[in-house]
Design a protein around this ligand. Structure first.
Ligand code: ZN
Length: 221
């Protein structure tokens, strides 16, 4: 009788230990997204941060890259060499937050430059040619966490460059919104405040304003 009770006690102990350990692993996996362990355990992935101008896309990209750096992961940041609004070799947000980056002419250059990186950030991804899609796929297939940010729509409200394709292949998509300059609602569009039909025209608040669907429609007519 005493021996039977002893074995039942041991069995309950083992079950309890197994339960706690199992749940501890699940908590660790979901809570610490930037951990080194995670980077080694999981396959690569593509994350997209998109939205209109002034929606905080670059700020969010910098936040994710900086958290990865704190987790002691090797990070690398790139941007198209046409975007020199703030600083040639930095990715800078509207809040003057920044991280060192390398301007690249062709997206394929990112593959050679980022061999040692575990986490790769690419800003203003809509300015790259369509081969940026296969570049992102290659990097993710090599086990890297690829985080891209950029405009999902151009000044006409049309899908911008390769962005629709990247959105399709991404594991995770975050769409951010600005505040409509005309009515204060959630803004989805980047309205160009001067006349030009060029698809790419780098500018700031002097040339663009974020607008909601209704105000964008009114301003465009
Ligand atoms: Zn509005």
């Amino acid at each position: 009788m005493i021996i039977n009770n002893f074995f039942v006690f041991i069995k309950i102990g083992v079950l309890f230990y197994t339960f706690v350990n199992k749940h501890k692993k699940v908590i660790t996996k979901t809570m610490i997204l930037e951990s080194k362990k995670r980077c080694m355990m999981y396959k690569g992935s593509i994350e997209v941060i998109c939205g209109s101008m002034f929606s905080g896309k670059t700020e969010e990209l910098l936040r994710r890259l900086k958290r990865s750096k704190i987790a002691k992961l090797k990070i690398a940041a790139y941007k198209p060499d046409i975007d020199f609004r703030y600083n040639e070799k930095k990715i800078v947000s509207h809040n003057s937050n920044y991280i060192e980056s390398i301007p690249v002419k062709n997206s394929a250059d990112i593959i050679d430059l980022s061999v040692d990186a575990q986490v790769i950030g690419i800003d203003e991804v809509q300015f790259f040619k369509n081969d940026i899609v296969s570049v992102c796929n290659k990097l993710a297939n090599r086990g890297k966490r690829v985080i891209v940010s950029g405009l999902d729509m151009d000044f006409n409200g049309e899908p911008f460059g390769a962005m629709p394709h990247i959105l399709s292949i991404a594991e995770k998509v975050t769409k951010l919104h600005a505040i409509c300059n005309d009515c204060g609602e959630i803004a989805n569009n980047s309205f160009r405040t001067y006349k030009s039909n060029n698809l790419i025209h780098i500018g700031e608040k002097d040339k663009y304003k974020p607008l909601c669907r209704e105000c964008f429609s009114k301003n465009m007519s």
